[in-house]
Design a protein around this ligand. Structure first.
Ligand code: ASP
Length: 425
C-alpha cells in the first residue's frame, strides 16, 4: 500500500471517530477532553505538525539557495519570478470572481437570522502593503529565520545563492556542501512523512469531535457555497489552466497531488506543508528544483486561492445578512483588496479571517461579523488550504513547463516518487 492510501484511510477513520465522539456527546465529557481530544490526540497531531514546521525554514533556505545557484543568471530568476507572480495573481483574481458570482446566484446571506450573541471578532492589525514591500529585505537574516518570515528568507536565499555562483572556488565548495545538506533534509522530511497516518488520524478526529453539527446546519448555505466553489476551482479551473497554458494532463496532475493535498487538509497550513509540496512537485511531478524551490515557498506565502474564495463568499454573505448592497465598484475593490491581502500574510491556520477583516473594512462592512462564521471555519480552513497548495503546484508545473524544466518522463510515470508503506528509518 502507498503512504497516501494509508493516510486517506486513517483520515476517514479519524473523521468517523471524531463524529462518533461528537454524536454521543463525549466531547462534553471532561475526561475525554482532557485525556483524548485535548490529550493523546493533541500530542500525536502536535508532535507531527511541529516536526513538519521544524523542516520549513532550513528546507526553504537550503533548497532555494541551491535553486538560485543552479539558475546562475539573475535574469532567468527574474523571468521565472515574474511569470510566477503573474500566474499567482491571475488565479487568485479568477477565484474571487467566481466566488462572488456564484455567491450572487446562491445568495447565502439572504434571510439569514443574525444571532444576537455571536462572538464579536476583533481584527488584529494586518501589515500594510508598503511595509510588506520594504520588509521583503531582512535587516537581520537570523531574525528572519527565527521568525520564519518566508518572504525575507526567500530574498536572502536567492541573493546568497546567486552570489555563490559568482564567488569562484569558494562559492563552488559552498554550493556542493549545501546540496549535500539538501539531500539530508529531504531524507528527514521523508522519515517524518511516514508518521503522517497516525497524526492525520488524530488531527481530523479532534476537528470532527469539536465541530458543532448545529453550527454547520445554521450556516449551511454559506458553508456549502464555499465548499462548492473550492471544488469547482480545484477540479475545473486548475485543470483548464493546466491544459490551456501548459498542455499538461490535468488527470495525472490531480492524481499526483493527492499526498500534498492530504497533508494540507490535515494541517490547515500551506507553510507547514511546504516540505511535502516541494517533494511532490519535484519527485512526483518532475519539476526541476531550480524552479520549485522558489515557486513553492513563494506560493505558500502569497498564493491563496482557496482563502480568496472564502473571502469572496464571506463578503457577500455578510453584506446580505446585514442588508448592505454592494456596488460593482465595491465588488471590484473586494477582488483587488483580497488579491493583494494574500501577499502580506503567511499560510498558517486561520490567517484567512485576518485578511478578510481588511477586505470587509475596505468596503464598509462590519468586521466583527466574522464572529458569525468563526465556529465553522476550521473545516473550511482545512479544505481551502488544500486548494491553496493545489494552486501553488499547478502554477509551478505551468511555469516549469514554459521554461523547459518539467521532466515529462517523471510526470507521466505513475510510480515516480511514490512512498511505499515501508519504513526507511
Ligand atoms: N490556512 C490557510 C493556509 O495556510 C490560510 C487561511 O486561509 O487561513 O493556506
Amino acid at each position: 500500500m502507498t503512504l497516501t492510501k494509508k493516510i486517506i484511510i486513517y483520515m476517514i477513520i479519524g473523521a468517523i471517530v471524531g463524529i462518533g465522539i461528537n454524536y454521543f456527546g463525549f466531547n462534553e465529557n471532561a475526561n475525554v477532553e482532557k485525556y483524548l481530544t485535548g490529550g493523546l490526540f493533541k500530542v500525536v497531531g502536535g508532535l507531527f505538525l511541529n516536526a513538519l514546521r521544524m523542516m520549513v525554514v532550513p528546507l526553504v533556505f537550503v533548497s532555494l539557495f541551491c535553486g538560485a545557484a543552479a539558475l546562475r543568471d539573475p535574469s532567468n530568476l527574474g523571468k521565472i519570478g515574474g511569470k510566477t507572480l503573474l500566474f499567482y495573481l491571475f488565479t487568485t483574481a479568477i477565484a474571487l470572481t467566481i466566488a462572488i458570482s456564484i455567491s450572487y446566484l446562491i445568495n447565502p446571506g439572504l434571510g439569514f437570522d443574525i444571532p444576537n450573541d455571536y462572538p464579536k471578532y476583533v481584527a488584529k492589525e494586518a501589515p500594510s502593503f508598503v511595509n510588506v514591500l520594504i520588509n521583503m529585505i531582512p535587516t537581520n537574516p537570523i531574525k528572519a529565520f527565527a521568525e520564519g518570515n518566508m518572504l525575507q528568507i526567500i530574498v536572502f536565499a536567492i541573493l546568497f545563492g546567486l552570489s555563490a555562483t559568482m564567488a569562484g572556488k569558494s562559492g563552488e565548495k559552498l554550493i556542493s556542501f549545501m546540496q549535500n545538506v539538501n539531500e539530508v533534509i529531504m531524507k528527514l522530511v521523508h522519515i517524518i512523512m511516514e508518521f503522517a497516518p497516525y497524526a492525520v488520524f488524530a488531527l481530523i478526529a479532534i476537528v470532527f469531535a469539536n465541530l458543532g453539527a448545529s453550527a454547520i446546519s445554521d450556516l449551511a448555505k454559506y458553508f456549502f457555497t464555499v465548499l462548492f466553489v473550492l471544488f469547482l476551482h480545484a477540479f475545473i479551473v486548475y485543470p483548464s489552466i493546466l491544459f490551456i497554458f501548459g498542455k499538461i494532463n490535468p488527470l495525472v496532475f490531480l492524481k499526483k497531488i493527492q499526498t500534498a493535498v492530504v497533508f494540507a487538509f490535515g494541517s490547515a497550513s500551506s507553510n507547514a506543508t511546504i516540505p511535502v509540496t516541494l517533494r511532490t512537485v519535484t519527485q512526483r511531478m518532475g519539476v526541476d528544483k531550480s524552479v520549485a524551490s522558489f515557486t513553492i515557498p513563494f506560493g505558500a506565502t502569497i498564493n491563496m486561492d482557496g482563502t480568496a474564495i472564502m473571502q469572496g463568499v464571506a463578503t457577500v454573505f455578510i453584506a446580505q445578512a446585514f442588508g448592505f448592497d454592494l456596488t460593482m465598484a465595491q465588488l471590484g475593490t473586494v477582488v483587488i483588496m483580497a488579491t493583494l491581502a494574500s501577499i502580506g500574510t503567511a499560510g498558517v491556520p486561520g490567517v484567512g479571517l485576518l485578511m478578510l477583516a481588511g477586505v470587509l473594512a475596505q468596503v464598509g462592512l462590519p468586521v466583527e461579523a466574522i464572529g458569525i462564521i468563526l465556529g465553522i471555519d476550521r473545516l473550511l480552513d482545512m479544505t481551502r488550504t488544500a486548494v491553496n497548495i493545489t494552486g501553488d503546484c499547478a502554477v509551478t508545473c505551468i511555469v516549469a513547463k514554459s521554461e523547459g524544466k518539467l521532466n515529462e518522463d517523471i510526470f507521466n510515470n505513475p510510480d515516480a516518487g511514490v512512498i511505499e508503506e515501508k519504513h526507511t528509518y
